[in-house]
Design a protein around this ligand. Sequence first.
Ligand SMILES: Cc1cc2nc3c(=O)[nH]c(=O)nc-3n(C[C@H](O)[C@H](O)[C@H](O)COP(=O)(O)OP(=O)(O)OC[C@H]3O[C@@H](n4cnc5c(N)ncnc54)[C@H](O)[C@@H]3O)c2cc1C
Length: 121
Amino acid sequence: MGLSPSTYYKGSRITASRTYLASAPANLTISTNNNATKILFDNSKKGTSVETDSGKKYRARKEIILSTGAIDSPRLRLLSGFGLKAELGNLSIPVIRDLSDVGKKTKISPSLHHDSPSQAT
Ligand SMILES: Cc1cc2nc3c(=O)[nH]c(=O)nc-3n(C[C@H](O)[C@H](O)[C@H](O)COP(=O)(O)OP(=O)(O)OC[C@H]3O[C@@H](n4cnc5c(N)ncnc54)[C@H](O)[C@@H]3O)c2cc1C
């Protein structure tokens, strides 16, 4: 049992998009309804681009930051070839790295939640 922090602004819950994207930087491109399905790698196993369900490929100039959330981040890793060799092999997913833990450590944390709006400073 404990207190968990919640994000409020002027008495209302506020989202990351309202907080950070209201004045988004000019070099940020947002593409919606375009789900990443796979990260593609070069011969040295460096991530080079991201493939989406629309068939597009987005090439990374520098790096790929995977931030698809607690469930979909390990899912995308598995689909991209990071996981247990035997399991990926059964699904005909080419293995980039044989890792046993990907997606196996998610736990449901039981919680009791009570919202009491307060003024942000
Ligand atoms: C009910 C609830 C209330 C919360 N309240 C607070 C709070 O008040 N304050 C706080 O600090 N935290 C709060 N949290 C926790 C907070 O939401 C998370 O810690 C935070 O959102 C995690 O950010 P993230 O960017 O890692 O993932 P997420 O916010 O989950 O973002 C992942 C994004 O990736 C997208 N995505 C998933 N798969 C794909 C794919 N294949 N291709 C492309 N996009 C994809 C999803 O649509 C989503 O938009 C709350 C969580 C919940 C569930």
